[in-house]
Design a protein around this ligand. Structure first.
Ligand code: SF4
Length: 524
């Protein structure tokens, strides 16, 4: 913690893009001017997001109290610092989105009782507060780390992970025992527009992500790590490079940063290898062999997301906190999509509904900070898409956040909840499933028939619902075929919104074919 936290004033500027850099510079100029005028000392720090998308964010801390200002421009930042420089002991709270009292030297962003306080903050600890280029060498490496990950049953997280929702250890052993020089790929490309977990970790806690990669590399005897990052994220790349320099100073590992197009399909764990190898046409590879034995330039390759690697770092650093008997021990990051878009962290034995706050789903949520059946007692019916853009549609968020529980409920695991409330200006399940199938139709790589042709036909049939034809059995067959026989997870995932809409909202599809929208949104 900084000295200024204890005795002076600290101004943290949270950002993950170039616009935030201008805000930081404005704050620093104002602080320098205050110092020249012999005003009170004001320390300025660049940090990543604490979990919100309302950036740039300025958090002003003085004597155990922090005022949070969201979406600040350079003039706003300079004004805040000037107010502090005037010598007034009060925090500038006018216009603040939150003012939080806390212990004098916290090690995490003071979330208070606001939306970011949902769940826990183990993996996110320090996000929005600590220097994002910090790197702490893991204390457990090599075989011991592999056995820890194996004993705990740590699973992969996110659509871009080669072991999505599966235990990691088997793949690590395959890579360790395969011929060739192993390599670890940090797949930071996850371009799911509904899930921010990977980007948040890379921008706010890249040291934790890279530490997880160091653990993985040590377990398979790899000497290099390749971090694939979105090419439109220069600030994130700069922070990861800074961490890589620190890693190189204390280990024999090299961390190379490579920029790639942040395209949803390219984030598929074999497609990202095609991108790294410079291929023009990006398609998913046929498997087996899996990347662990035949990956980047034929080398044994671990492909993991930032979410997975941060979970590995936490598991190895503090294994006692994980329940080795749990099917999916630890926590999962969940982005709540909406006006208060944010990413929170839920223990995997916690109900998804805990990510929500009062009034996000009407009356019941108001009374119970997020109940189970959405809208059961609320003023309007509500539903949600859970698990990314190809998540499942449901009215019930009383499902644990673990991968087996989510999949068992037909939901996605890519870390998001997108709530919809029916009624004018709200959502209709038929519209949502149609849009998701259109994305599948437009963004699949075209390599296999079930996904390429199935998404086209399913999208056409969903459009025909509005013309009075609901081909339910044909749609069910398409969802089943895409889900079971597609070559990669894209096709299987893309079938999920349709499959859950048929199961949960079949009446809505029938009503639309009859010229009526029960949600009051469409004009069939
Ligand atoms: S499932 Fe879709 S994205 Fe995956 S290989 Fe087949 S066509 Fe390509």
């Amino acid at each position: 913690m900084t000295t200024a936290d204890a005795v002076g004033t600290t101004v943290r500027v949270a950002f993950d893009g170039p616009d935030g850099r201008a805000v930081l510079e404005a704050a620093r100029r104002a602080a320098d001017a205050a110092a020249e005028a012999e005003g009170p000392p004001i320390e300025t720090l660049a940090v990543g997001s604490p979990g919100t998308v309302h950036l740039p964010l300025v958090a002003v801390t003085r004597e155990g109290r922090t005022a949070v200002h969201r979406s600040v421009d350079p003039n706003g930042a300079a004004s805040l610092v000037s107010l502090l420089a005037d010598g007034d002991d009060d925090l500038p709270v006018d216009g603040a989105s939150a003012v939080v009292d806390h212990e004098p030297e916290p090690d995490d962003f003071p979330v208070g009782d606001g939306p970011l306080s949902a769940g826990t903050r183990r993996t996110l600890r320090g996000a929005g507060w600590a220097d994002p280029t910090t790197f702490e060498s893991p204390g457990t490496l090599g075989d011991e780390a592999l056995e820890t990950v194996s004993d705990l049953g740590v699973r992969g997280r996110g659509w871009g992970d080669a072991r999505q929702d599966e235990p990691l250890a088997a793949g690590w052993r395959d890579a360790r025992d395969a011929d060739g020089d192993p390599v670890v790929v940090i797949n930071g490309l996850d371009a799911d527009p509904k899930a921010d977990g990977d980007r948040l970790l890379l921008g706010s806690l890249p040291g934790r992500v890279v530490a997880g990669a160091v653990v993985a590399a040590s377990a398979v005897d790899a000497e290099d790590v390749v971090a694939v990052l979105p090419e439109d994220d220069p600030v994130v790349a700069e922070r990861v490079r800074a961490v890589g320099d620190r890693v190189a100073a204390v280990t024999d590992l090299t961390v190379e940063v490579v920029a790639a197009e942040p395209d949803y399909m390219t984030a598929e764990h074999t497609a990202v290898l095609e991108s790294l190898e410079g291929n023009d046409r990006i398609e998913a590879r046929r498997r087996p062999p899996d990347p662990e034995t035949w990956g980047l330039f034929e080398r044994p390759t671990l492909v993991h997301t930032p979410r997975t690697l941060a979970a590995v770092e936490r598991a190895v650093a503090d294994p006692e906190r994980l329940d080795a008997d749990a099917a999916d021990p630890g926590t999962r990051l969940v982005t709540v999509v909406g006006p208060e878009r944010r990413t929170v962290e839920l223990p995997t034995d916690t109900s998804l509904s805990r990510a929500l706050v009062a009034e996000e789903f009407g009356k019941e949520a108001t009374e119970d900070a997020g109940g189970g059946d959405l809208g059961e007692t609320g003023p309007t019916e509500a539903f949600a898409c859970v698990g990314g853009q190809f998540g499942g549609l449901t009215r019930d968020l009383d499902t644990p956040a673990s991968a087996p529980a989510l999949r068992g409920a037909g939901l996605g695991t890519n870390g998001s909840i997108e709530p919809f409330e029916e009624g004018s200006g709200g959502g209709c399940p038929v519209v949502v499933v149609g849009r998701r199938m259109r994305v599948a139709r437009e963004e699949n790589c075209g390599r296999c028939v079930p996904c390429r042709t199935g998404s086209v036909r399913a999208h056409e049939l969903l459009r025909e619902v509005y013309a009075g034809s609901f081909a339910e059995s044909r749609l069910r067959e398409l969802a089943r075929t895409m889900g079971r026989t597609s070559l990669c997870e894209f096709g299987g995932d893309a079938a999920r919104p349709l499959a859950t809409a048929l199961d949960e909202f079949g009446g809505y599809l029938r009503a639309h074919a009859d010229g009526r929208c029960p949600a009051g949104v469409c004009d069939p």
